[in-house]
Structure formats: C-alpha cells, structure tokens
Ligand binder design. Structure first.
Ligand code: ADP
Ligand code: MG
Length: 448
C-alpha cells in the first residue's frame, strides 16, 4: 500500500461547518467549525474527541444524513447530494429492528435496494457467518447479548459492501471484555482483507481504541468542534498497549487533547473579566478532590495516561477532572503531565475548613459562571433567584442539555465553596449569608 497521503481519497469534507440556530433571538450553536478531512482507501481512520465534540455530527455529515451549514462533502470528487451511497454505519446503540430476526435485520438493506430475496438471503447468511453469528439467523434481538447484537450491527453494515464502513463508538455500549474481543475480531477481519470495504471510519472517545486500531487519528477539540491535529500511527499489528512506542503515541494524543487546559494554566487564555463565557468541565468536587489527593500521593506530578490506566478510567471521565483542576488553578497541565500548584498543595494540606477556604478562593478567582450567579444574587432584592434565569442566559451559548450541565457544575462548586446555597426542589439559588452593606454590619466570618 502507498504512503497514507498518496492513497486515493473516497470521501472528503471541505471546510465543513455545522451550526444549529438557537430559538428566537438566541445565538447559533456552532458544532463543527471548518473541518477538512479526507477518508482514503486502505486505512482505518479514527476520529477521536471528547463527548460533545461533534464526532457523531461529522460522521452523519460524511454519510449524507446531516447537511452541512457551510462547506461541502465530496464523494469521489463530486459534491454529495443526499445520502452517501458508499457508506454504511454501525451505531453505538445497535439500532436493530426488534420485530425482525437476525437474518431479516441483515437482509433488510439489500431488499430495500431491490435485490431479489433469494440472493439477499444468501449474502446475509454469509455475512452472518463471517461475523461469528452462525446458528443465530432466526433469533430475535431481545434474545441476544449486547456483544451479539453488535455483531448483527456489523453484519448488517458489511452485507451492503460499503466502500467506507462508518462506526460510531461501536464498542462503547459493551462491557470491557466483550468490547475487547469484538474489536480484535474486527481488526483481524480487516487486516486479513476479509471485510468487503475499502476503508473504515471509526468514531471513538477512547484514546487506546484509536491507537490500537487506526492508521491515522484525527483529534477533535470541542466547542466548537475543530481538528486539533492528525497523527499517523505506523505501529505494526497486533499492537501492544504496554510497549513504549504505544505509550508514546497515547501520550502525544493526551498532550494535544489537554492543550487548551495547558494554555489556560499558563495564563495564556483571556483574563477572566474579559471572557463572556467559559465552558466548565463536568467534574464534581468529590471526584476532583480524589484526583488532587492521588496526585499528592504520587509526589505531586503524574503522566495523565498513567493516571487513566491506574484508575481504570477512560479519558472521557478523567479529562474533565484534570481540566477542572487546571481551571481552578489547583494543578497545571503540560505536555500530557499534570502537576499540583502551590494552591493545590495548600488545598491538600489543609483541614476541612482550610480546604473550603482554598476552594472558595479558587472558584471566585477562576469561574465565570459562579461569579455571575453571585453578582446576580447580590443585586437581587431578595438575594435569591430562580435557576431558570441562568439557564436561559446559558442557552445563548449552549444547548439546553449542556446549559443544565453547566449549571449543575457551577452549583456543585458554588455550594461547596459556600458562596451560595441551592434549594433543589424549588430550583432556587440564594445567598447563604446576608451581604455586608445590605444588613447592618454583623461580623462576616461566622464560620459554618
Ligand atoms: P459527539 O458525538 O462527539 O458526542 P455530537 O455530534 O453528538 O457529539 O454533538 C455535538 C454537539 O452538537 C452537542 O453539543 C450536541 O448537543 C449538539 N447537537 C447535536 N445535534 C443537535 C441538534 N439537532 N440541535 C442542536 N444541537 C445539536
Ligand atoms: Mg457521538
């Protein structure tokens, strides 16, 4: 096979952007921002990014299921109109028809294309065979385990003999062992050229999965989704996750994924006061404290990939924690390593009361949303406000779902810092202590 860059291009996105118009008067939400990407013959291309970074949207755009708001998708050099005829998709959620048997599920696409029933049946049977489902032709999805259901998902996509097999986190709905198994089998089929497809486009949030399988990894940053870097992975198969070379590539990816947090820890982001909004990582104070404690146990500094492996966490779970530690100034991130700051050390060395103080200081100095809430509460006559007020404001920048998560994080942090309180039932935020100036001087520091 030629060097990756010379392989013929099957699908290409040119400056593809996707945005969703907010409801009346709201700003548009940009999900993908000017993505240039080529899917080439003979490769497994992994699209890697944190959840919410626009991976599914990009995959669906490539498949012609989502129309770009800007830019275009080319299929064999021609603008794509409608559904891409060269693509089949394996979905994370399996997406099988429950009332159809395994065989019928696999045959469906062929019949929809107008293939005669007998021929469709033969093709389906051989796809089912190849994927290790022999003997399950007449079973119904509800009778199958998750791993078996996803095998049906693969058979159904492969029977179409697509040029590009698109997979949207196909292993992430499965338990670890089943996923590992199926991943290995799929890779073997591909390497032995048994899969009737010219290339594979794999969407994943797992760094290890990308490095285990792909020839090229496209790393997506989020908010908006932008290509941060493209990396070639030239390790031969089977790849050994414990090898130094594997480790080095994963480390490199962590370095790219954590770069925004790194810039932030170096103070190279815009000063807080000038930023209109900031996207908070979804990290609970409890888990964040756990991370800081662990770092302290390890001498104050650690390779993020080591942390992931030792904690048995996925990058998707760990990165919000490291990002939160960096946002709050408790740690700094550099080239895939995370190290406690002096503030982080003060936090960890303190007793409960001191920890609260440090946390309060960190939140007040670094978190826009908590400051906005505080300011609004202070200026409100009742010193209390409806959570909905803030959600509506956040919806200028985020989807409703994301706005709710932003608020959840801000409330968790703000409460922990004892900057404000929250009545969950009423959805009401209020100042715990009356502010000086509103009431007669009362002695601020009342402790608990
Ligand atoms: P990923 O697959 O990387 O998790 P998605 O592509 O599913 O990310 O979503 C990216 C962002 O786009 C998310 O913030 C999501 O809420 C938003 N989004 C996706 N579809 C729509 C839609 N139809 N309307 C508004 N926002 C959407
Ligand atoms: Mg997705």
């Amino acid at each position: 096979m030629n060097a990756p860059a010379q392989r013929p291009v099957i699908i290409e996105t040119r400056e593809v952007s996707k945005w969703y118009e907010g409801s009346a008067g709201r700003q548009r939400i940009v999900v993908l921002d000017q993505i240039d990407l080529a899917v080439r013959e003979g490769e497994i291309l992994a699209l890697l990014g944190p959840s919410g970074s626009g991976k599914t949207t990009l995959l669906r755009t490539v498949a012609g299921l989502v129309e770009p708001s800007g830019g275009e998708v080319l299929y064999h050099g021609k603008p794509l109109r409608g559904v891409n005829p060269g693509v089949s998709i394996v979905f994370q959620s399996f997406a099988l028809f429950p009332w159809l048997s395994v065989l019928e599920n696999v045959m469906l696409g062929l019949e929809a294309q107008g293939m005669a029933r007998k021929e469709a049946r033969e093709k389906a049977v051989s796809a089912i065979d190849m994927i290790g489902l022999d003997g399950f032709e007449d079973a119904f999805p509800r009778e199958l385990s998750g791993g078996m259901k996803q095998r049906v998902g693969f058979a159904r996509a492969l029977v179409m003999e697509p040029e590009v097999l698109c997979m949207d986190e196909p292993f992430s709905g499965l338990d670890v062992l089943t996923a590992e198994n199926l991943r290995g089998e799929m890779l073997d089929l591909w390497l032995e050229r048994k899969i009737p497809t010219k290339s594979v486009f794999l969407v994943t949030h797992s760094i290890e999965e990308a490095v285990l399988m792909a020839d090229r990894v496209v790393i997506l940053w989020h908010n908006p989704g932008r290509i941060a870097q493209v990396m070639d992975v030239t390790l031969s198969h089977p790849r050994d996750r414990k090898s130094p070379a594997f480790h080095k590539i994963v480390d490199g990816i962590y370095t790219v994924l954590t770069r925004p947090a790194e810039l932030q820890s170096q103070g190279r982001m815009r000063p807080l006061a000038l930023r209109r909004f900031q996207k908070l990582p979804h990290a609970r104070v409890g888990a964040l404290t756990g991370l800081v404690e662990l770092l302290h146990d390890r001498g104050g500094k650690e390779d993020i990939y080591e942390l992931e492996t030792d904690l048995g966490l996925e990058a998707d779970d760990l990165l919000p924690l490291t990002e939160a530690a960096s946002t709050l100034g408790l740690a700094t991130i550099r080239e895939g390593d995370i190290a406690l700051t002096d503030l982080g050390l003060r936090y960890i060395d303190g007793d409960i009361l001191e920890r609260k103080e440090v946390f309060c200081e960190a939140v007040a100095a670094n978190v826009v949303l908590v400051n906005q809430v505080l300011q609004a509460l202070r200026s409100s006559r009742r010193q209390s406000m409806d959570e909905e007020f803030f959600l509506e404001l956040l919806e200028n920048h985020f989807t409703r779902e994301e706005a709710e998560r932003q608020m959840e994080t801000a409330i968790d942090w703000g409460r922990h810092a004892e900057l404000f309180a929250y009545d969950e039932e009423a959805g009401e935020l209020f100042l715990e202590k009356p502010e000086a100036g509103q009431e007669a001087v009362e002695g601020e520091e009342t402790g608990e």
